[in-house]
Design a protein around this ligand. Structure first.
Ligand code: FMN
Ligand code: SF4
Ligand code: SF4
Length: 447
């Protein structure tokens, strides 16, 4: 079995799967149960000045039968007294010496307040500290959370204050609510951060009830923007993790967060450079036992591929991510329809005709057409289909749309077509050093 243990900036953890700071890490009992089931580490629900939460606080977006495809909250940091949290953390660390216990912190932006809470937190024996520079709601209005994480100078300053007294690794948790996450990552590095974690939640309004006009979730009819997370945010998180992991001015270990609910999701974050991954919404949805699938799935896949350790393949996907101007303009693909699998739903035709490049022909079977264009069913008397779809190769721009809408797995595949020309990027083409292959005629001019 593959060795899943890792070390993030000096924090040893038996596997890369950590609970993210949130409701599942609110108490000793929860985290102890999670460790017993296999989680390698936990970032304690953010500790700070005790606060008051609203009674309604979560919202969800469903997609078909998938509940909570997106999730949001207007919850604040821990509403338990700091002393209670710290006492339980000390107990936890004593009972689970080999697991990673990280404490998320958020306090007023003053040097003595930060240094005091860091000292008290380290007295628990925790393995590291995570600075919550990410919460987009509630705390930001009080000058904390994303109010700090959106301003590089503030972020750098607070990391410096913390590093003056911290003896354990300091992880800075970044907000995605910025135009370019690498600016804040660089600022955290300048302040002396040992590692980064991302992403925290994304600003959102989940829905509006059209009978009451109340937002969802609402508190006595009023709502507030909240933090979005869950499977829907994974692509945003992957992009930000890869941007930070690839930035030569950052060069810090990363804990990847955002929409992880399967071992494959986790593996994608690791392939883009993450050392550990953190999970919140999926645990709120499916419970701590999720970790059994995460561990089994990842280690089985690594065994199959012949990887003994996570280091053997971490970051392997990073070189494949580049800027648009470096992509090969002579790489050509077209859609290919497997007629034997087609169920003649016509979705690909409509999508390509109205939303793409009019490169799918709807061909009528001449024999069946003779039965009348108005025949009620596409299939006549259980016999052959009256029409079928066919890709017009010279018009297809290989955009993928038809393959994305086709409901039958493997029915439309995108296949490479050699152009006979060597690769050429936009950069080379614009500099006059490369030749473009013949490109598809994708529209017909109106006379
Ligand atoms: C209800 C809820 C409360 C959260 N509370 C915190 C918190 O106190 N501190 C923090 O750093 N992140 C908090 N988060 C953010 C998560 O740690 C995580 O960054 C985010 O949810 C994305 O991961 P996910 O898609 O796996 O949930 C919270 C998230 C949720 C859903
Ligand atoms: S790949 Fe795009 S252009 Fe080609 S057939 Fe499909 S939808 Fe049309
Ligand atoms: S979407 Fe797929 S199944 Fe439907 S007509 Fe097109 S190829 Fe056939």
């Amino acid at each position: 079995m593959a060795d899943l243990s890792v070390d993030l900036a000096g924090i040893d953890t038996p596997n890369p799967f950590w609970l993210a700071s949130g409701p599942p890490t609110n108490t000793y009992g929860q985290v102890a149960r999670a460790f017993d089931l296999g989680w390698g580490g936990a970032v304690w629900k953010t500790v700070g000045e005790p606060i008051i939460n609203t009674y309604s606080r979560y919202g969800g977006v469903n997609l078909g039968t998938q509940r909570m495809m997106g999730f949001n909250n207007i919850e604040l940091i821990s509403d338990r007294p700091i002393a209670d949290n710290l006492r339980e953390i000390a107990l936890l660390k004593k009972r689970y010496p080999r697991h990673a216990v990280i404490v998320s912190l958020m306090v007023e932006s003053r040097r003595e307040v930060w240094q005091d809470v860091v000292r008290r937190t380290e007295d628990t024996g925790c393995d590291g500290i995570e600075l919550n520079f990410g919460c987009p709601h509630g705390m930001s209005e009080r000058g904390m959370g994303s109010a700090v994480g959106q301003v590089p100078d503030y972020a750098c300053q607070i990391v410096e204050w913390v590093k003056e007294v911290a003896t354990r690794p300091v992880i800075v948790k970044l907000t995605p609510n910025v135009t370019d996450v690498t600016y804040i990552a660089r600022a955290a590095r300048s302040g002396g951060a040992d590692a980064l974690s991302l992403i925290n939640t994304i600003n959102s309004i989940m829905a509006v009830d059209l009978d009451t006009f109340f937002p969802h979730p609402h508190v006595a009819g009023k709502g507030s923007h909240g933090g979005y997370c869950g499977p829907a945010v994974k692509p945003i998180a992957l992009n930000m993790v890869s941007a930070v992991a690839a930035d030569p001015r950052v060069r810090l270990p990363v804990s990847g967060i955002g929409g992880i609910q399967s071992w494959r999701d986790a593996a994608e974050f690791i392939a883009l450079g993450a050392t550990t991954v953190q999970v919140c919404t999926a645990v709120m949805h499916y419970g701590f036992r999720l970790v059994e699938d995460l561990i089994d799935g990842l280690s089985n896949w690594m065994d199959e591929k012949g990887y003994a350790r996570l280091e053997d393949w971490r970051g392997r996907a990073l070189p494949g991510i580049t800027s648009w101007e470096n992509l090969d303009l002579n790489y050509r693909t077209i859609a290919v329809i497997d007629q034997a699998k087609c169920i003649h739903c016509g979705l690909c035709y409509v999508a390509c005709e109205d939303g793409a490049h009019q490169a799918i022909a709807l061909l009528r079977d001449p024999e069946r057409t003779a039965l009348g264009a108005d025949a009620p069913s596409d299939r006549v008397n259980g016999g052959a289909w009256r029409w079928h779809v066919q890709v017009i190769e010279q018009a297809c721009v290989g955009c993928n749309l038809c393959s994305l809408v086709c409901p039958v797995a493997g029915c439309i595949t995108m296949q490479e077509v050699p152009t006979g020309q060597p690769p050429v990027s936009w950069k080379e083409y614009a500099a006059g050093t490369g030749r473009l292959a013949v490109r598809p005629e994708h529209y017909v001019p109106v006379a």
